[in-house]
Design a protein around this ligand. Sequence first.
Ligand code: 2AM
Length: 163
Amino acid sequence: MRLFTAIELSDEMKKAAIKILHDLKESGVTGNYTSVQNLHLTLCFIGELPDSKPVEEALSTVKFKPFKLDYTGIGHFGDLLYAETRGGQGINNLANDIRKALDAAGIDYDRKKFTPHITLIRKSAGKAGKIAIPDASMMVKKVSLMRSDNVKGKMVYKEIFHI
Ligand code: 2AM
């Protein structure tokens, strides 16, 4: 199974993301828009493993203090458009501690530099005009272990464990 750890968005943060997506569409940006149920912030991408139990055990050793998350703007990696977020030292410590716990358990993961982001559009084209960034925030109190499945060509993400 394909695994990753993520922050699932509160309703307020989701609503705000929907508004951003709507405004991007209005300003003529095309591409593969993330479906509302798939909006999330990836903390660590693990990839294919036959069993999630070792990851669950490793994650159980991670302790973190709740921290505030909000939107700060729109950014892009090439043609991938994302919502930039701010989670302060809390989110960086959390991502780091997850990596350390996976290292201690001998579980491999994507070691790319952690850049907190919420993917909004893949293969985007066109200019995002002036997009207002909604004043939404949430307290992050939970980290989800997600399973990603390709169901009839669509990615379906499901929480299978959380801390
Ligand atoms: P994203 O965070 O840029 O949107 C499930 O595939 C999630 O893990 C997606 O959100 C995806 O991209 C993220 N992810 C991070 N690194 C990945 C990788 N090497 N391969 C696939 N997905 C990855």
